[in-house]
Design a binder for this molecule. Structure first.
Ligand SMILES: Nc1ncnc2c1ncn2[C@@H]1O[C@H](COP(=O)(O)OP(=O)(O)O)[C@@H](O)[C@H]1O
Ligand SMILES: Nc1ccn([C@@H]2O[C@H](COP(=O)(O)OP(=O)(O)O)[C@@H](O)[C@H]2O)c(=O)n1
Length: 296
């Protein structure tokens, strides 16, 4: 079987979690807010996902954070989300959920039609499972994510999230591989967070230390290299910096330094936007009111 070919640590992991995903933890208030917001989005807005981008204003406050595994995208995005009141989506979790569900249901990774069908059923509620953080889920994700039909099946959800933040959020921040290039090419703020592969593997290895899913460093490094190669070389939505993305190499930065590097650009964007809105408002206040002009 396919599982027999996997190293023993992975077989143990997969058999421990075979069957449907284990019972979810109680949803957090944040998850519940997102769930109701997504339900509202689905009912109210329907659009053709083959379009270049979702409807919504080009003024929407959307931050795209792309880059390879372990570069610090998620960490930076999470911190910025808190600092600026943005809703955060880790788009990789969608692909991880699709990969893990395919494994558990015995759907071979090359049966893209069946995997894409599975993707249609994935919701934001499915992203809270801790198993999705495993290396096995990451590898499965990078295998199924090469298929155009699988990517297309997950596009709509990401675009809706980008343009329709939950109540109380002033915008969205999404991290992934193709957010600035494919999902939200219209995002006014794009970052490509990068780091050397040895640094990235060390960070990821540290995360696994002491956990049940611990793996030797060499295995983490090898898996990361394989994943980088698949992500960079796939024909559809490969991992590449958008032409208008700011590249931040975090190899020799602390988390605080990486967050500051990105936040500087977000602050500048917000200042520009406030100035633009300020000058539009003052132009309006000195201009002729067309309604009153026409009506009197
Ligand atoms: N600049 C940094 N310096 C040191 N460790 C970092 C840095 N950025 C992230 N990390 C750590 O590296 C690990 C991977 O970061 P993460 O944000 O999950 O990366 P990504 O989302 O790009 O895969 C996490 O444990 C995180 O705490
Ligand atoms: N926008 C995205 C996000 C992830 N992915 C795929 O999903 C895998 C897991 O992504 P992730 O962001 O959760 O991985 P990490 O960077 O956290 O290790 C990647 O290796 C990609 O193959 C993608 O194709 N497009």
């Amino acid at each position: 079987s396919r599982l027999a070919k996997l190293p023993s640590s992975r077989r143990a992991f997969i058999s421990a979690f075979s069957g449907p995903l284990s019972l979810p933890p109680a949803p957090s208030p944040a998850l519940l807010r997102r769930r109701s917001s997504v339900a509202r989005m689905s009912a109210a807005n329907s659009f053709d996902s083959s379009q270049q981008s979702a409807p919504g204003s080009s003024d929407d406050f959307i931050v795209a954070v792309d880059g390879p595994a372990g570069a610090g995208k998620g960490t930076v995005a999470k911190r910025l989300a808190t600092a600026y009141g943005l809703a955060h989506l880790e788009s990789g979790l969608l692909y991880r959920a699709a990969g893990l569900l395919s494994l558990r249901r015995g759907i071979p990774f090359d049966q893209d039609g069946r995997v894409a069908q599975l993707c249609e059923t994935i919701t934001l509620d499915d992203l809270a499972y801790p198993e999705l953080r495993s290396d096995q889920a990451a590898q499965a994700a990078s295998c199924i994510s090469v298929h155009p039909s699988v990517r297309a099946a997950l596009l709509d959800l990401q675009r809706r999230f980008a343009h329709f933040p939950p109540d109380g959020c002033r915008g969205t921040i999404i991290d992934g591989r193709d957010i600035g290039t494919v999902v939200c090419p219209e995002a006014p703020l794009k970052f490509f967070v990068d780091a050397r592969v040895d640094v990235r593997a060390k960070r990821r290895h540290q995360e696994f230390v002491g956990k049940e899913m611990g793996m030797p460093f060499e295995e983490v490094l090898e898996d990361m290299k394989q994943r980088d190669k698949r992500d960079r070389e796939r024909a559809e939505a490969p991992l590449v910096a958008a032409h208008d993305a700011v590249v931040v190499d975090t190899s020799d930065m602390t988390i605080d330094q990486a967050v500051d590097a990105v936040a500087t650009h977000v602050d500048a964007f917000l200042r520009r936007r406030a100035e633009k809105m300020g000058s539009a408002q003052s132009a309006e206040s000195v201009g002729v009111d067309p309604v009153r002009e026409g009506g009197s």
